[in-house]
Design a protein around this ligand. Structure first.
Ligand SMILES: Cc1cc2nc3c(=O)[nH]c(=O)nc-3n(C[C@H](O)[C@H](O)[C@H](O)COP(=O)(O)OP(=O)(O)OC[C@H]3O[C@@H](n4cnc5c(N)ncnc54)[C@H](O)[C@@H]3O)c2cc1C
Length: 387
């Protein structure tokens, strides 16, 4: 066994490393925090290098990789370029509702170009009055002739100003299951209004903001799948997303762990390297165990999803555990770099701010635990246990 945890391996890791070096992703990651913008050039380059849509079927332009291998490559992208480029790589995955339920014409017009890095498709589910409880959304798409009229407000939306199109969820009145329906909405239609981004703690390149729809006319061809099925579609996507995001958060934290181990091995205080102080060394040793264990769990969950097993509980726990592990590791990285760790001289504070979004985005930590608890007590209670 190696004395330190070794990074997960895959035949394509060298390709990821070469691309990260060619595009200077580590530097761009820091730049995009200071001057937030959507990195269109890198997005395009990732598409050309076939790093968007790693698990997307080859027939749709992706690599068709198993989820387990995808997780390893996302881990490395995140290790080298923070959350930004790994999340970009996941954009087609975040839009799999379109790939799986959109008409062939919509897939050709939006999904394939998304995988090539030519078009950006966002997701708009959250509203001012409905986030965790997304079923409570109030936006409506009212049928009128051969179209729908979309009215409502979507909040917390990544790429609100930059997306070429978005998958928007709205209620079609009079349909079953609350009528929540998915639409592919080109973002240049008349009647769409956007607020300025208020500015975020981390993930600043996403420039999150609010998008308001005022009787926006959507031809029927823009509907994705059936009326009233939008929420079912997104649920399936979420399980995969949770486990893939876990891989990404661990990659970010692992890079800070490696850098901190090197730092405390050299930095001297009280006549010895910091690594000779148990108060410094023990937390880092604990972190190595947490990182490895959480990675092994995540890899197992990804393989299980790939085999088609129902692992909503495990995927939710993987995301929750990965975020908590990563935040603890990143906090130690800040701490053991001392005053400089707290500054922008090192990337640890940015990584912490970016990963902190993981407790909220794509389902909050409380909702991850709610999913897990729901699964645990799903079966009939049976007989009461005896003392
Ligand atoms: C970086 C980032 C990017 C995002 N991008 C997008 C995007 O592109 N598109 C999009 O649609 N949304 C996006 N979101 C929004 C995100 O999905 C929501 O913020 C999230 O689902 C929480 O919803 P909310 O903000 O309304 O919080 P609320 O639902 O109001 O929750 C507030 C708090 O209450 C807790 N809570 C709520 N219900 C329960 C419960 N039943 N049990 C226990 N605790 C509960 C929550 O966990 C949370 O801690 C993004 C968010 C972030 C941070």
């Amino acid at each position: 066994m190696p004395e330190r945890p070794s990074l997960p391996t895959d035949p394509l890791v060298e390709e990821v490393r070469a691309l990260a070096s060619r595009l200077d992703l580590a530097r761009r990651y820091r730049e995009l925090d200071r001057a937030p913008a959507f990195p269109r050039a890198e997005y395009r380059a990732l598409g050309e290098a076939r790093m968007l849509g790693l698990p997307t079927p080859e027939a749709l332009g992706g690599r068709g990789l198993p989820l387990g291998r995808t997780g390893v490559l996302l881990f490395h992208l995140a290790y080298l370029g923070g959350t930004t480029f790994a999340k970009l790589s996941l954009q087609p995955e975040f839009s799999s509702v379109l790939a799986e339920h959109g008409s062939p014409a919509l897939v050709d017009a939006y999904y394939r170009p998304l995988v090539r890095g030519e078009r950006l498709v966002g997701n708009q589910l959250t509203e001012p009055g409905a986030g965790s409880d997304a079923r409570g959304l109030a936006s409506v798409a009212v049928p009128e002739g051969d179209a729908y009229l979309l009215t409502g407000e979507k909040s917390e939306i990544a790429f609100a100003h930059e997306a070429d199109a978005a998958i928007v969820y709205a209620r079609v009145p009079g349909t079953g299951a609350g009528g929540i329906t998915a639409f592919l909405v080109p973002q240049d239609l008349p009647g769409i209004h956007r607020a300025d981004p208020p500015g975020d703690l981390g993930e600043r390149w996403q420039r999150r903001s609010t998008v308001r729809y005022d009787r926006v006319r959507l031809p029927r061809e823009l509907r994705i799948g059936e009326e009233g099925r939008g929420f079912d579609y997104v649920q399936t996507e979420l399980t995969r997303e949770h486990a893939l995001l876990a891989a990404l958060y661990l990659g970010v934290a692992w890079s800070s762990w490696d850098e901190t181990v090197a730092w405390v091995g050299h930095r001297e205080a009280f006549g010895r390297p910091l690594s000779a102080q148990e108060a410094v060394a023990f937390p880092l040793a604990e972190d190595s165990g947490r990182l490895e264990a959480t990675w092994l769990y995540t890899a197992r969950v990804l393989d299980a999803i790939g085999r088609g097993e129902p692992v909503a509980r495990e995927a939710a726990l993987a995301k929750w555990m990965a975020v908590e592990t990563a935040l603890a590791v990143l906090d130690h990285a800040i701490q053991f770099h001392g005053g400089r760790g707290y500054s922008q001289e090192f990337p640890h504070e940015q990584r912490w701010r970016d990963v902190r979004s993981g407790r909220i985005a794509h389902g909050t930590s409380e909702i991850m635990l709610r999913v897990a608890a729901r699964e645990i007590w799903k079966r009939p209670r049976g007989e009461a246990p005896r003392a």
